[in-house]
Design a protein around this ligand. Structure first.
Ligand code: FES
Length: 568
């Protein structure tokens, strides 16, 4: 028998002795034989003092353990890496694959019949799902849940769309030092993840749409009692899955399930990062996310959820309006309701049970959509042969067709040094260009794509400009911002050829982004490009592994050898 404690024995060359030794040691913790004979549910502990978004994890752990034991199985909590956005240097994305590798190997190495992964802050859910998909053990995902909203001078505030909006006001001189300090204490009023439709909320909604978490689990606020009841129920489901040996992620993650996830990503006005993470998750399966098919989905799926940054509300309002089940109900035939969830239910059953909330206006009907098309569009052109992404639902409509003069920043450091220089030659009609900020170049494709409006323009009232880069952007940000230009400049992508003064044309309706320089001139510039040597930071350790194996955004920025098909 290879279940429970007998699973994955340590290799001493004598299986009987391996089990004897394992039991001897675990008995040191006071377990009885009855407890040790039960199916085991492993539970990841991603609590960290550095990760306030995961501040409710201890309470969630207690609730999951309770649920597992109430269903007759044995919970084993184990620590994994925890990543918090604002505490990860150089950027959390640099660490996502490390967390995915570590979580996968700890799921494989330790005896468990099912696993509960608890995450939320942006990179944690993708990392955990990538791990679970590769390990292919029955898995329940529990998002930690969003923060509740804050208030300032009668206005509702949330991290971090309002962090950026109010910081921009401060930079423009519209807010003084004491007020920005007061705001600083009100933007994140509880534990939990950012409560706008940033990457954390996006990934929680996608996870629910994929059937990997319980209905409503994406939206229950982090401090609410319901969050812990949902965790207890998740523990029960995990115990049932440990007994039944399924369903496994490979049974749930069908092409139709991935399509549903893309429909939901568009309909929530989700984060551009969600596309990169979903691509990485799919890369761990026999399936794939096709950027052009994703764009096609965006043309037929409207934005239905009225949440910042595309709309007005916050995650707790989405929850009280009926959450993801209600959204999928409103999406109707755009969702494949035959897909199944960890509970064994079909989405049809989950949608049928969605709550009808009279008078709610957060989750719209299709005839009353926030935007007629989905939130994200894929652009191509001579600047982005393998694609780029724009969140056009959070952009300025008048800039969606725009031709402007490039103002180029060589790197994030260069941008930081020069963007506020009063002598910078820049006007509101220009296109700000940032390069060397991609997966390999920065490294880790930081969320630097939200280039600040040069101070002198901000003070003159400019709120938005076209900005383009090979970087990512926080899902909480607003603006006409083209991201993920692929291939990135550090590997010789065309972004490396742009010079200040060139003209760039953005046409979102035509899905194009082009450098208006003739081919002969571009060929000349390409011939003059210097091959970049391995940078000093990449000479050893994880940094070396990262630099040598990181894939581009259209491959989800996974490591080449971690995809299901490996390096090939
Ligand atoms: Fe953790 Fe936003 S910083 S979710």
């Amino acid at each position: 028998m290879t279940d429970g404690l007998r699973k994955g024995l340590t290799a001493y060359g004598d299986a009987g002795f391996s089990l004897f030794l394992r039991k001897a040691f675990i008995k040191a913790a006071g377990y009885s034989d009855d407890a040790l004979d039960r199916p085991i549910v492993g539970i990841t502990n991603t609590y960290s003092d550095y990760n306030p978004c995961h501040g409710n994890v201890p309470q969630i752990l207690e609730a999951v353990k309770r649920g597992v034991m109430l269903s007759g199985a044995m919970p084993f909590v184990f620590p994994t890496i925890s990543i918090a956005e604002s505490f990860a240097h150089p950027t959390s994305m640099y660490l996502r694959n490390l967390m995915a590798m570590e979580t996968e190997e700890m799921i494989r190495a330790q005896p468990m019949d099912a696993v509960v992964v608890i995450g939320g802050c942006d990179k944690t859910l993708p990392a955990q799902i990538m791990a679970a998909v590769s390990a292919d053990l029955p898995t329940v995902v529990i998002p930690v849940g969003p923060m509740v909203v804050g208030h300032h001078k009668g206005e509702v505030l949330g991290a971090c769309t309002d962090c950026r909006r109010l910081w921009a006001k401060y930079r423009a001189g519209e807010m003084d030092d004491s007020e920005i300090e007061a705001v600083n204490g009100r933007l994140a009023p509880s534990v939990g993840t950012c409560m706008v439709m940033g990457t954390a909320s996006t990934m929680a909604c996608i996870t629910e749409a994929l059937g990997l978490s319980l209905p409503m689990s994406a939206t229950i606020p982090a401090p609410h009692a319901e969050r812990f009841r949902s965790a207890e129920a998740s523990g029960r489901v995990a115990a049932e899955m440990a007994n039944a040996k399924g369903p496994k992620p490979s049974e749930l993650l069908t092409p139709a399930a991935f399509r549903n996830a893309q429909v939901v990503l568009q309909a929530i006005g989700g984060s551009t990062n969600g596309l990169v993470h979903l691509t990485a998750i799919a890369g761990r399966t026999p399936h794939a996310i096709d950027l052009d098919a994703f764009d096609e989905i965006g043309r037929e799926v409207p934005v239905l959820v009225d949440l910042k940054p595309s709309g007005d509300h916050y995650m707790e309002h989405f929850h009280h309006a009926g959450g993801v089940p209600k959204l999928m109900k409103q999406l109707g035939d755009l969702i494949d309701l035959d897909c199944r969830s960890i509970t064994g239910q079909s989405l049809r059953e989950i949608v049928a049970a969605a709550e009808d909330v009279p008078g709610q206006d957060v989750i719209r009907a299709r005839k009353d959509a926030i935007k007629p098309e989905g939130g994200l569009a894929v652009l191509r052109g001579n600047l982005a042969p393998r694609g780029a992404v724009i969140k056009h639902s959070a952009a300025s409509p008048k800039l969606l067709q725009h031709t402007g003069r490039a103002v180029v920043f060589e790197s994030i450091e260069d941008m930081t040094l020069r963007v506020d220089d009063p002598d910078l030659d820049v006007s509101a009609d220009d296109v700000l260009v940032l390069r060397n900020a991609g997966p390999k170049g920065a490294p880790g494709m930081p969320e630097a794509g939200y280039l600040p409006i040069p101070k002198k323009l901000a003070r003159g009232g400019t709120k938005d400009m076209v900005r383009i880069s090979d970087a990512r952007m926080s899902g909480t940000a607003f603006g006409t911002i083209v991201l993920h230009i692929t291939p990135e400049s550090a590997v010789g992508g065309p972004l490396a050829l742009v010079r200040t003064g060139d003209m760039i044309r953005l046409d979102v309706a035509k899905r194009s982004i082009d450098l208006l320089v003739d081919d002969a001139e571009l060929a000349k510039r390409r011939a003059a490009l210097q091959q970049q040597p391995t940078p000093e930071w990449a000479e050893r350790g994880y940094a070396h592994l990262f630099h040598e194996t990181i894939l581009q955004a259209d491959d989800g920025c996974d490591f080449d050898f971690m995809r299901r098909r490996g390096k090939g």
